[in-house]
Design a protein around this ligand. Structure first.
Ligand SMILES: NC(=O)c1ccc[n+]([C@@H]2O[C@H](COP(=O)([O-])OP(=O)(O)OC[C@H]3O[C@@H](n4cnc5c(N)ncnc54)[C@H](O)[C@@H]3O)[C@@H](O)[C@H]2O)c1
Length: 357
């Protein structure tokens, strides 16, 4: 069994709560050999806790480390493209947290670099698409009969409401001023390149699209395909709430999302066919191993209704995504959550942005 040596760029919340525990669970397939964070408190604290001695402040040093086979990129969104390109250039495989990047030009640069590198795996961290219940839903979909309606719903409370009560996260107030400035500059440049002249509300809506909605819409694409066009898209409440309607020709998929102060996670995809309907329900990823559930409803043949709810297997979606990454690297397979797959989400976002303007 090949043990892949992982270097991690950005060691904040998602790495401490989800990725490092998943990698520790899969110790027969992964070892974490290096960490990078611009906060000395974070890189030292996480390094001590997980016994990782190679610690860097600059991602360029981590990707050049000969003891790293693959890089997990989990620093702020604006760095995802530059770090991905640097890792590919250094010959490292990449698992990049969503969003893979913020602009179409960045996506094209990554797609070109990946193609030129040959044999380098670049996988986007859409863990919801590796959940057992979601894979089962993809299998069940053809049995629904013609699809007549679909809905993608994601209304959640602020993650901090769950995290504060369930995890201890090492955070740093010691990020050097230059690093803070650089992060702000890169984010604002990428936002300008993506949106041009845009209101504060539209910028917030785009941030939500890149953050939470990218999970929803990429899972929608895998389950029911790419929509022909966006019929409607609107944002409200400063960009924190959005609705949209996607035209699939024979049916329409409704989308709705928002973030409030109720500490619950109501994220589901529901597809209504002529014969059956199915629904995949996700819970917060910040509490590990919460079951992702598949529900199938149909006529029971005796005048009533039969609903089956399934939680096909235990296991966290992040663990499943890492298992797929290992298999992709070892077998030289292209991930289903590839850079060109991610680009389709940016294309949908661009259409939504034009309608929201
Ligand atoms: N897949 C998911 O469900 C999921 C969940 C949460 C976050 N994420 C993604 O993971 C990424 C990180 O999110 P988070 O919630 O952990 O954020 P966070 O703010 O908790 O952590 C980010 C870390 O990156 C560090 N950092 C900032 N600039 C850096 C640089 N230039 N080089 C190295 N380190 C740097 C910060 O000091 C911080 O420790 C985001 O892109 C986010 O979209 C994905």
């Amino acid at each position: 069994m090949t043990v892949l040596k992982i270097g991690i760029v950005g060691c904040g919340e998602v790495v401490q709560i989800m990725h490092l525990p998943a990698l520790r669970q899969l110790a027969d397939k992964f070892s974490v050999s290096a960490l990078c964070d611009v906060s000395p408190t974070v890189v030292e604290g996480v390094g001590e806790e997980f016994g990782i001695s190679a610690r860097y402040a600059d991602y360029r040093e981590l990707v050049a480390d000969g003891d790293v086979d693959a890089v997990l990129i989990a620093n702020p969104n604006a760095y995802h493209a530059p770090v991905t390109l640097a890792a590919i250039a250094a010959g490292k495989h990449v698992l990049v947290e969503k969003p893979m990047c913020m602009t179409l030009a960045e996506a094209d640069a990554i797609i070109a670099a990946e193609a030129a590198a040959r044999g380098i795996v670049v996988q986007v961290g859409y863990m919801r698409r590796y959940a057992q219940a979601f894979l089962k839903a993809c299998e069940v979909l053809p049995t629904l009969g013609p699809v007549r309606l679909a809905r993608v719903h994601d209304v959640i409370g602020l993650n901090s409401l769950v995290v504060a009560a369930t995890s201890r996260v090492v955070r740093g107030r010691d990020v050097p001023a230059e690093a803070v400035e650089e992060g702000k500059r890169l984010a604002s440049e990428a936002m300008n390149a993506a949106l041009g002249d845009a209101s504060r509300e539209l910028r917030m809506a785009y941030n939500i699209l890149l953050g939470l909605s990218s999970h929803d819409l990429s899972a929608m694409r895998e389950l029911i395909g790419v929509p022909k066009r966006v019929l409607h898209a609107a944002q409200r409440v400063g960009g924190f709430y959005m609705t949209a309607a996607f035209d699939y020709g024979d049916f329409v998929c409704q989308f709705e999302t928002g973030v409030d102060a109720i500490p619950r996670f109501d994220a589901h995809i529901e597809v209504y066919g002529a014969e059956r309907s199915l629904r995949v329900d996700y819970d917060t990823p910040y509490v590990r191993n919460m079951p992702v559930r598949l529900e199938v409803t149909e006529a029971n043949g005796a005048g009533g209704v039969l609903t089956r709810t399934e939680h096909p297997a235990w296991g966290d979606s992040f663990t499943a995504e890492w298992l797929a990454f290992h298999d992709n690297v070892v077998s030289g397979k292209k991930p289903k959550t590839s850079p060109s797959d991610f680009r389709k989400d940016l294309e949908i976002f661009a259409e939504m942005v034009e309608l929201m303007r």
